[in-house]
Design a protein around this ligand. Structure first.
Ligand code: ATP
Ligand code: MG
Length: 361
């Protein structure tokens, strides 16, 4: 069986460190590993509209921002097909058929949807499209016959829903769709990176992000303002490492050799954490180290972004070509689905002949 990746992001803002560690960094490793036959990267603008219907301009402006973030992180259009969801109508046709396989109460039980409904104050009136977006996500994944979906932890319930739809479809209409697997980052700190405010998730909607395209100065300011252990008041106080975002970011980003260069008094992060726990290590010193670590990771990305920003027509050309290619694949899956459901009337000579016989009697 072919190994196929599908994943993507909502163009609701520029991409941030959460996207990077939760999905983007791994995507690039997978792309460069050469182990996958096909890689599809979706800019999910139609999904973004399900909770931004009144603000299409936001979505419209951020498509190119997300594309620039992709390219500057190393997604290579020769190896990964970057495409725009709304330009592939076949995805919406698939969604319509899958809708009949899912109940409203099942959607309402989806824990990610539940949390997002609360966050957006949709409790009293949920847009139908928003409640149903896990179904459209199942269409996105199955349209490309994806076997692997590299995402952050918050997407697990979506993948479960997709697998249910696949099983149900195949059991009714015969083996047609592929059941995908989630690929989570193996570093625990990357599953759900907290915000700089200490909130559980760095998220565009919460305004607690360090963006991949933030300037050196913006990153430095954000790091120095980060929430840490509120009980660690004096340098001599013992501090808590668990749940402390500064240390979670270090878990996600720093490498042992960086201690040699920036803080030779520690061999590795464990030694630094031990010092923080016993007291005597100030937040400012930890934050300065984190800043150095992050700048090292982000500087090459910023540099590449500036290059791509000089050639926006090229970026749009990548999107156009990627979308064309993706559309062909989605159309072929849709044809399989319609054949399986036997709603491909004009291709169905058997049906037509049967009716000829029936009505000629
Ligand atoms: P929005 O607030 O508009 O939903 P978002 O910041 O949650 O935006 P998405 O586009 O919904 O971003 O998510 C894209 C991908 O990034 C998903 O795979 C998701 O799991 C991952 N991701 C997003 N935020 C984080 C995070 N803080 N930690 C780890 N992974 C994340
Ligand atoms: Mg999200």
């Amino acid at each position: 069986m072919k190994k196929v990746i599908l994943t993507g992001d909502r163009p609701t803002g520029r991409l941030h460190l959460g996207h990077y560690v939760g999905s983007l960094r791994q995507r690039i490793e997978l792309q460069n590993s050469g182990e996958y036959d096909e890689i599809y990267i979706m800019i999910a603008d139609a999904q973004a509209l399900t909770d931004n219907m009144e603000n299409p301009e936001k979505v419209r402006q951020n498509i190119v921002e997300v594309a620039l973030d992709y390219l500057s992180c190393g997604l290579d259009p020769e190896k990964s097909t970057i495409h725009i969801q709304s330009q592939i109508p076949e995805l919406f046709e698939l969604t319509a058929y899958y809708m009949n396989l899912v109940t409203v109460s099942r959607l309402q039980r989806n824990p990610t949807v539940k949390a997002e409904i609360q966050l957006r104050n949709f409790e009293a009136s949920i847009p139908v499209g928003f409640l149903a977006y896990p179904i459209s996500q199942a269409a996105d994944i199955t349209a490309f016959k994806a076997t692997t979906v590299p995402v952050g932890e918050d997407q697990q319930p979506m993948l479960e829903q997709t697998r249910e739809i696949v099983r149900k479809f195949n059991s009714i209409y015969g083996e047609t769709l592929i059941e995908p697997e989630t690929l989570l980052p193996d570093n625990k700190a990357c599953l759900r990176l907290p915000g700089i405010d200490g909130k559980a998730k760095m998220s565009k909607s919460l305004g607690n992000c360090i963006y991949l395209s933030d300037s050196e100065e913006e990153v430095r300011k954000k790091v120095m303002s980060m929430f840490t252990d509120p009980n660690h008041l004096r340098v001599s106080d013992p501090g808590q490492v668990e749940g402390n975002p500064v240390f979670i970011y270090l878990d996600a980003f720093c490498r042992d050799e960086q201690f040699e260069r920036y803080l030779p008094e520690y061999k590795n992060l464990d030694e630094m954490k031990a010092h923080y726990r016993r007291g005597g290590l100030g937040d400012v010193k930890v934050k300065k180290f984190l800043n150095a670590v992050l700048q090292e990771e982000l500087e090459p990305i910023r540099k590449k972004r500036r290059e791509f920003e000089k050639d926006i027509p090229y970026v749009y050309e990548i999107l156009r070509k990627g979308t064309e290619k993706a559309r062909e694949v989605a159309a072929s899956t849709l044809a399989d689905v319609k054949r399986a459901m036997k709603i491909n009337y004009f291709e169905d000579a058997e049906l037509i002949n049967e009716h000829i016989r029936k009505f000629s009697k």
